[in-house]
Structures are given as C-alpha cells and as structure tokens.
Design a protein around this ligand. Structure first.
Ligand SMILES: [Mg+2]
Length: 169
C-alpha cells in the first residue's frame, strides 16, 4: 500500500463507521480541525459532528484534536466546544503531534490510533508513516489556505485512484 493511500475514506466525519474502527482495534483518534471538523471560515461545529464525537466518546474512544494551525484562539474555542484536548502547530505529516497525542492517550501502540483528516499530504501520509490507521474525509469546504488549495488537484487524483483500488464509487 502506498503511503499516500488512506485505509478508509468517507464523505465526512459523521459518516465514519465507528464499529469498523473499533473492530480493527482502534482506540485513539487524532482528529484534524480545519475542513474536517469545521470549515476554515466557520467558528461553530455542526450538530452532526458534535453528535458523532459524542458517540465516539460513548464508545470509549480517546480523542484529541491535532491541527497544523498555529492559531491558539481558534483551536481553544473549538476544543472547548467539543470538550477535547488539542495539539496545535502539529507539523503533520511529521510525527510530533501524533506522538504527543499518544502520550495524552497514555497508549503504547501507534497502531491502535487513527488519524482522521481531509488532507492526503498531512493527515493520511503522517498516519501511514507511523503505522497508524489513516482515515480520509472529504474537505468540508473548498475554501482553504492557498498552499492546501494548490495540493487539492493532486490529492483528488490520489483519492480517485485509491477508490478504484478498493472498488468504491
Ligand atoms: Mg484539514
């Protein structure tokens, strides 16, 4: 499997199959913020996403927001709204943020952790490099920072290829 291929792909966060993650031994989730939990222009999390996170908690998942965004005010507000710990300026795809989350989770094995996010070159690649489970979700909005927008066409190609391989339409 290519390092750029996600283990799972979903249309959005709330479509993630919790049972499937659980049966694959996943216990900790590193959740990307921008365009995964909310779009970069929004400041409030949708009820659907809130419900999903509540469900994850009820299923005993440990969850941490892991974002490359350095903006402390924004992540603090979102983390408070969702009652989750957070790591900002995570430098994904580097391991820094995920390893910090592992310590927060007090987990010994990275393979029991998943990264959920909307970017192949940060969220998916970072997870795959560490042997974590990678879960790709489509970005909530096309609005994004310029560098991320530039990578989108290539990411879209990779996602289409991965879907073909897995026979997903
Ligand atoms: Mg993102």
């Amino acid at each position: 499997m290519s390092l750029l291929t996600p283990n799972y792909m979903y249309d959005n966060v709330q479509s993630i199959n919790i049972k499937e993650l659980k049966s694959n031994g996943i216990r900790g989730i590193c959740l990307d913020m921008d365009n995964t939990v909310l779009s970069i222009v929004e400041s409030k999390v949708s009820e659907e996403v809130k419900d999903f996170i509540k469900k994850l908690k009820e299923n005993d998942f440990k969850i941490c927001l892991v974002t490359n965004n350095p903006d402390k005010t924004r992540i603090e507000r979102v983390a408070k709204e969702l009652d989750l710990p957070y790591i900002r300026f995570a430098l994904k795809p580097l391991s820094r943020g995920f390893l910090k989350a592992k310590r927060i989770f007090r987990m010994r094995k990275l393979k029991k952790m998943a990264a959920v996010g909307d970017q192949i070159f940060t969220d998916v690649l970072g997870a795959n490099l560490l042997g974590m489970c990678s879960v790709y979700v489509k970005p909530i909005s096309i609005k994004d920072h310029i560098i991320n927008r530039m990578r989108r066409p290539l990411e879209e190609k990779i996602v289409q290829k991965a879907k073909k391989k897995k026979n997903i339409k």
